[in-house]
Structure formats: C-alpha cells, structure tokens
Design a protein around this ligand. Sequence first.
Ligand SMILES: C[S@@+](CC[C@H](N)C(=O)[O-])C[C@H]1O[C@@H](n2cnc3c(N)ncnc32)[C@H](O)[C@@H]1O
Length: 242
Amino acid sequence: MTTVKQEKVRKHYDEISDKYDHHYDHAKGRCYHIHVSKHLMQMIPERGFLLDIGCGTGLFVEKYIADGGTAVGIDISQGMLRQARRRCVQTDFTAGTGENLPFADASFDAIASLLAFSYMKDPEGMLSEAYRVLKPGGCIAICTLGKKLLTRGIPAIYQLGDKLKINHVAAHDFGEHYFNEEEMLELFTGAGFTGVETNWCSFAHKGLIDPLFKFAQRVEPFVERRLPQLAYNICVKGTKPE
Ligand SMILES: C[S@@+](CC[C@H](N)C(=O)[O-])C[C@H]1O[C@@H](n2cnc3c(N)ncnc32)[C@H](O)[C@@H]1O
C-alpha cells in the first residue's frame, strides 16, 4: 500500500481552503456534494450528535445541523477549519487527524466522513478510533472514491498533474488509498463494526460539460442501482454493537 503524504495533504488544503467552496458549493460541484451528502444522510441517524471526520469547510455539518442534529468536526487543515467556523459559527471544529481523535470514548451517535477517507495514512487506525468514540448502537458512514476499473488510472493522472504543476482542488499525488467493496467490508468488520453495508454513488462528475452533466445526473439513480460498476464513490455504513 502507498504511504499517504499527510503533510502535503495538509499544506494543499490550507492553500486551497478559500477556493474549495467555489468548487463544491457552486454550480455542478454543489449538485455533486448535495448528492453525496444525501447518500450518507440516509445511512446515519437524524438529529443525533455527529462527528464529521475530515469535515473540510463544514458543508456536511451545515446540512446535518439544518436537519435538526448537532455536530462537531475535525480536520487536519487549519485553513479548511477557518472556513468551517465561518459557515457554522455555533459549532466546534477541532484541528487534528482522523487517526487520533481527541474525544472521549462513547461520545457520538454517528460519524460521517465525506471524500476524506482516501487521505487517511492509517485507515485501520481511523476506523478503530471511530469505533472507540461512538456510543454503543451508534453508526459510521463513509463516502470515498472507490477502487475499480474506472478509477484505476486516477493515481497516474494525479502524478502527471503534479509533474505538469496543474493546481486542481483535489487532484494531486498524495499517495491516497482507494479500496474496493471487499476491502472496505474487511476494514469495517476488522474494526468491530457489524451490519456493514456498502453501496455505490456518483455518476455525474462535476468535470463533465453540459449537456453531458445534465444527462449523467438524470441517469445517476439508475446507474447507482443497476450499473454500480459505473459509479465511482463507495459508501459504507457500520454499526457499533450495543
Ligand atoms: C476533499 S476534502 C472533503 C472535505 C469535506 N468532507 C467535504 O465533503 O467537503 C478532504 C478533507 O480531508 C481532510 N483530511 C485529509 N486527511 C485528513 C486526516 N488524516 N485527518 C483529518 N482530516 C483529513 C483535508 O484537510 C480536507 O479538508
């Protein structure tokens, strides 16, 4: 397995923190983020106390709170956290890593992590920390880029992007980890979670030009249900036994 370049990740997100929302809270990026958020929202209890790992600028926390829950977030990047604190002024956002959570055992009803799991240097460590801080009966839901035929070329594209010094919001060679369904199941059950479920989401990529994006959006629910091999994000849910 590659080693995630955590310091490079942190520096990158510090540098692009003021541009992040322009990509994920506007136009096609916003549709994409709302879509992914809805998938995860359905996998966790409403109105509980949530921890968002790799919370970024607080986009998901904002949605969870709007639906009646309470939440805190943790992220490795102070720049991203600055934006999150502006977005959700009443919420606590902590600087730290998902692999070493500064929270007491059995603190949360739910944990979510969107588009951040691939950056975990120690994915097993992150899941075992998540298990520790969840209350018995609490659950975790993660959405991350999955490993499959369609996404296999991505690390090579990111390496090339780095060489050509293309400064895209998330596309750099960070040594990210991508997992397939079986590997995610193994990681979750290995950490002690039960009732582990996976599903695939996202077909409409924000990089697609219109009208292709609109078409992809229209067929997205069908692709996710019937042609999951064409969807590129994997969502995984697990529950900490009572
Ligand atoms: C693509 S952004 C996703 C942000 C947010 N979850 C969202 O959906 O908009 C990835 C985030 O993960 C954070 N991150 C990366 N590695 C991390 C780690 N080991 N622990 C905590 N946060 C991390 C980055 O700083 C960045 O904010």
